[in-house]
Design a binder for this molecule. Structure first.
Ligand code: OSB
Ligand code: MG
Length: 374
């Protein structure tokens, strides 16, 4: 395929409720969609959509939204134009001169992948080799002001039917909140926590207090670069350690596994540079007997649909942060929202990512439209 046009749709969507992590509170989601027109070898013009998941501020990873958009327009798209003939499978290679910026790269690869699959009439799930038609749907619950409020919010999601609860924690909002949820909802609840790098190895004795609550895992307790220290922490507590921020490529996944830093890996396609790298990490982890699950970045229906397909690979043995669109948004930008029902999200079966972008909704939430000059 050959790139004919590329444009960025900058969006701002209100969240149904504020989302607080150890690093910031979000009330709105800002992101941009990458729309690409490509010409296939037989001369057909096809459109594909990608979604960029960089956060507003560089508080989760080094990337931030405005910088990521600049990298796409100024450095990545020109590399694809210079490459001439491209396929989804060669995008990663063509972008190799640009260091880092995985979320920018992922959004570009997504648009090419969606276009390619649409031109072939093939779903992303069948392209990947998905083995299930629905995936268990977990929900990520932000830090609340009190343990009582945490119980109320978690209870609401349990009533909706979510298959697994992930609770954000930080020093001062951890043991007591976890204990309250366990007391209220019992030992059967699939329950895990996410610290977003809020602790240090000095907190090991404190974190060990979580062991008595039968958590599925603790996600990213220590710093992004602390692979060795996570391995040390793993020796000091029985709750399985899952890495999120630390894993930015198949190589770091391999290192984390061989160092004993992670018993579980959260795979986020944006964080690792795209869905194809995400699949490589799945393959490596599966070969080592390491469980993986699909993380989320408050995606719109585009990223949510793609994540559901990824999570249908056989190594995704734990429920992902793949909730219904209504977990974050009253209105999504796809013609049909992603729905959670009976604790699962259906894997889209249509061509490409299997959703249709709603142009009116995109226009409604759009703050800027940038046509990239090729
Ligand atoms: O650490 O998993 C995280 C959202 C933004 C940044 C980091 C994280 C998250 C979430 C939300 O937990 C997961 C979701 O999209 O449902
Ligand atoms: Mg996380």
């Amino acid at each position: 395929m050959k790139l004919l046009a590329a444009r960025l749709h900058h969006l701002e969507l209100p969240l149904v409720s504020p989302f607080t992590t150890s690093f910031m509170t979000q009330t709105h989601k800002r992101c941009f969609l990458v729309e690409m027109e490509l010409e296939t070898t037989d001369g057909t013009v096809v459109t594909g959509w990608g979604e960029n998941v960089a956060l507003d501020r560089p508080f989760y990873s080094p990337e931030h939204l405005d910088g990521s958009a600049e990298v796409v327009a100024r450095w990545l798209v020109p590399e694809l134009v210079a490459a001439g003939e491209i396929t989804a499978e060669t995008v990663h290679h063509h972008l190799r001169r640009v260091i880092g910026n995985p979320m920018a790269k992922a959004s570009v690869e997504m648009a090419v992948l969606d276009a390619q699959l649409r031109s072939e009439g093939k779903s992303f799930a069948s392209y990947l080799g998905a083995v299930s038609s629905a995936v268990p749907s977990g929900v990520s619950v932000g830090i609340q002001d009190s343990a009582a409020q945490t119980v109320r919010v978690v209870g609401g999601y349990i009533d909706e039917g979510y298959a697994r609860i992930k609770l954000k924690i930080q020093p001062g909002a951890d043991i007591e909140h976890v204990a309250a949820v366990r007391r209220e909802f019992g030992d059967e609840l699939l329950f895990q926590v996410d610290a977003n790098a809020a602790y240090t190895l000095v907190d090991a004795a404190h974190l060990r207090r979580l062991d008595e609550y039968g958590l599925l895992l603790i996600e990213q307790p220590l710093g992004e670069a602390d692979l060795r220290q996570h391995a040390e922490l793993a020796k000091q507590m029985s709750t399985p350690i899952c890495l999120d921020e630390s894993i930015d490529s198949a190589e770091t996944a391999a290192d984390a596994i061989s160092l004993g830093s992670a018993a579980v890996i959260n795979i986020k396609p944006g964080r690792v540079g795209g869905y194809l790298e995400a699949r490589r990490i799945h393959d490596i982890a599966r070969a080592h007997g390491i469980a993986v699950w699909c993380g989320g970045m408050l995606e719109t229906g585009i990223g949510r649909a793609a994540n559901a397909a990824l999570a249908a690979l056989p190594g995704f043995t734990l429920p992902g942060d793949i909730s219904g669109s209504d977990r974050f948004y009253a209105l999504d930008i796809t013609t049909e929202p992603i729905r959670m029902h009976d604790g699962v999200v259906d894997v889209p079966a249509g061509p490409g990512f299997g959703i249709e972008v709603d142009p009116d909704r995109v226009a409604e939430f759009r703050t800027a439209l940038v046509e990239i000059q090729l």
